[in-house]
Design a binder for this molecule. Structure first.
Ligand code: FES
Ligand code: FE2
Length: 347
């Protein structure tokens, strides 16, 4: 059968739009999400809000001159003000109207901001279909953001593509058990063996959890190094085949920090961030030129790619052309705990 290019549509889910610290009280920022602008602002008392960009009065863009005044967002065009609940609270001449802002669902986790976005969800992005897992309880000490010519699913698929991890990135990473899917979570079990100066070969066994198609989270305790490591890779769909990628890292040494984050934690976090970004830079040209194949020729040892694709289907309202209806070769469906069988699941 002829292979067809089947670009994927936008997936629904929670997508990172930045850090809380980059939005101090009184500040407003415009971010791009699925081909639309979203305006983020933080009120004087510190509440963060995400809204559709256009004023309900006559459609001015809040990002083009809008301001935050106390708890209100103020439109640059006629000065109508909107409170944190989205309703109109006043104007320069005291007139009010009954329009309200298109408020977006926003969630804060570990110092990062996530906006819910479902394709076809209208200016409000639709109601959230699931919740992000609880916070890890740290804030990122090192942070990077960039963009790739790709799709969140393609970026995420790399985490179950262990052959490319060895060949393209030169890392000795092996899968230790089949992945587990539970609703919007997909947990990958893996072990990476690496050499550290003075320590020789060290094996790091750490599960990686995918949270929808917007968050890849690694939480590892590294007893050999006496430290803990948390890494987030956060793809955000910006345009049909353009994806923002943010990386956050928090590395901690064994002694609890007193007051300020210790310099050693910060240095370790930046070192881990550089290693992660190097991996993304190695992926970047491959992602930019590869074609999404709905029917990849998977070989033995790549079953998890098929499982990942089946799990990922839940994030699309409509099947992508050639994506839903065709079986994934090499995927024999022995049902996994928590895996929702797809409509093409073979018995
Ligand atoms: S368009 Fe916003 S106040 Fe008129
Ligand atoms: Fe990669």
């Amino acid at each position: 059968m002829e292979e067809r290019s089947a670009p994927l549509p936008y997936p629904g889910g929670w997508f990172c739009v930045g850090r809380v610290r980059d939005l101090p009280p009184g500040r407003l920022r415009t971010v791009r999400l699925m081909g639309e602008d979203v305006v983020l602002y933080r009120t004087g008392r510190g509440a963060v809000r995400a809204v559709g960009p256009h004023c309900p009065h006559l459609g001015a863009h809040f990002g083009a001159g809008g301001t935050v005044r106390g708890e209100d967002l103020v439109c640059p065009f006629h000065g109508f003000a909107f409170g944190p609940d989205g309703s109109c609270t006043g104007s320069p001449d005291g007139v009010r109207f009954r329009g309200s802002l298109a408020r977006r669902h926003l969630c804060e986790r570990d110092g990062m901001l996530f906006v819910w976005c479902a394709p076809g969800g209208g200016p409000e992005g639709g109601p959230p279909g699931w919740e992000l897992p609880p916070p890890v309880g740290v804030r990122p000490l090192a942070w990077w953001s960039g963009e790739v010519v790709s799709h969140p699913q393609e970026v995420m698929e790399n985490s179950v593509d262990f052959r490319h991890v060895r060949v393209l990135h030169g890392l000795d990473t092996r899968e230790t058990a089949p992945p587990e899917a539970a609703g919007p979570l997909f947990t990958i079990h893996q072990r990476t063996t690496t050499r550290f100066p003075g320590l020789g070969a060290v094996s790091l066994e750490q599960p990686v959890t995918l949270v929808g198609l917007g968050m890849m989270r690694l939480v590892a305790e590294l007893p050999q190094l006496g430290s803990g490591l948390r890494v987030w890779v956060l793809p955000t769909p910006v345009a049909p085949w353009r994806t923002g990628v943010r990386v956050a890292v928090t590395a901690t040494a064994p002694l609890p920090g007193i007051g300020e984050v210790r310099a050693v934690d910060r240095a370790a976090s930046w070192a881990a961030l550089r290693a992660t970004v190097r991996i993304i830079e190695q992926d970047r040209p491959v992602l930019a030129h590869k074609r999404y194949l709905a029917q990849p020729r998977l070989v033995p040892g790549e079953r998890s790619i098929g499982l990942f694709r089946r799990w990922a289907r839940q994030f699309y309202p409509e099947p992508a052309p050639g994506f839903h209806a065709e079986p994934v070769p090499g995927l024999r469906s022995e049902p996994q705990a928590g895996l929702r069988p797809g409509p093409d699941a073979a018995g």
